[in-house]
Design a protein. Structure first.
Length: 315
């Protein structure tokens, strides 16, 4: 047997054959819930070369949608009291001169008569720990809120609840017994209530988000610094200032702000100090397609430290 690294050409073609084509004046819902800087960079730098291996997990996720569609065709629309109203729906609307498009995964009627809008996601098991810590996944919720708002305002549909079904692609029963904060099962789902009263605020948010993206596009095209950059949470930023104790190798606490770190150092007292560490923006470093052309990230990397430096100490 001969082992080869990489993907065969047919898989590469399949992966990139589903890429969304960006058009001026037209925005997808998925694009809107991404950070405005990333969305703008993708529109300005259209020739970015993307490693197809970075798309493998997303491509595998598309197989989940296909399997659900096949199950619907085989078992029908009524599943244990849940009536499937629609699978793989498409929305389109004109909002403030822009066309908004998107695809939602499912609308069902629950046994108690409520209408629930679904989206399916695949994620690594580590996402469970993030969900537990944050208590929410804002971009997932916002995506469904936009679909629900468009369906309500432009299609006259009634949506009572929005939900995300999450399948963990690397789930292991063995790891469940060993790892803290590991998913209790291979799939979970999140749910939020939805009301038509939310629609005006959500549509206003969409218009505002398009404005942020357009401002960034204009700045980038003119060689200026984009005005709306990614937040620390959006770039998965690790705190750069660590409160340390003499003789201990690991941090007691970490902060994004040096002043807060120094306050904690003085609270703890003698033998403590603050250490500044090299910038670590994990999304930019590992998961962002446009990091190489992002002026904010590139400038941050030029300014970052080579190694940790003591910047304050008690006494």
């Amino acid at each position: 047997m001969k082992l080869h690294d990489g993907l065969p050409e047919i898989l590469k073609a399949a992966i990139f054959g589903h890429e969304y084509k960006k058009t001026p004046g037209r925005y997808s819902v998925t694009e809107l819930v991404n950070p405005p800087l990333i969305s703008a960079l993708k529109r300005v730098h259209t020739g970015i070369k993307i490693d197809p291996e970075d798309r493998i997990f997303a491509f595998m996720g598309s197989g989940v949608h296909l399997a659900i569609e096949e199950a619907f065709n085989e078992f029908g629309a009524n599943l244990d009291g849940h009536r499937i109203i629609e699978l793989e729906g498409f929305v389109k609307c004109d909002l403030d001169g822009y066309e908004i498009v998107g695809r939602y995964d499912c609308i069902e009627e629950t046994p108690d008569g409520e209408i629930r809008l679904w989206d399916w996601k695949t994620a690594k098991a580590g996402m469970y720990r993030i969900l537990r810590r944050q208590g929410d996944k804002p971009e997932w919720k916002k995506q469904l809120q936009i679909y629900a708002a468009i369906l309500t305002e432009f299609y006259g549909r009634v949506i009572d609840r929005i939900a995300v079904g999450v399948l963990f692609k690397d789930y292991s029963k063995m790891q469940r017994e060993r790892v803290r904060d590991y998913p209790p099962s291979g799939a979970i789902w999140l749910e939020w209530e939805f009301s038509s009263d939310e629609v005006p605020e959500i549509l206003d948010w969409v218009v505002s988000r398009i404005g942020e993206i357009e401002m960034n596009i204009h700045a980038l095209e003119n060689g200026n610094v984009p005005p709306v950059i990614c937040s620390p949470d959006e770039r998965y930023e690790e705190p750069a200032f660590a409160v340390m104790r003499e003789g201990r190798k690991t941090a007691i606490r970490r902060f994004h702000n040096q002043g807060q770190a120094e306050e904690e150092m003085y609270r703890l007292g003698k033998g403590h100090y603050v250490e500044q560490r090299p910038i670590m923006w994990n999304r930019c470093r590992h998961y962002c397609d446009v990091a190489d052309v992002c002026p904010v990230y590139q400038e941050a990397m030029k300014a970052t430290l080579d190694k940790p430096v003591r910047v304050a100490e008690y006494g």
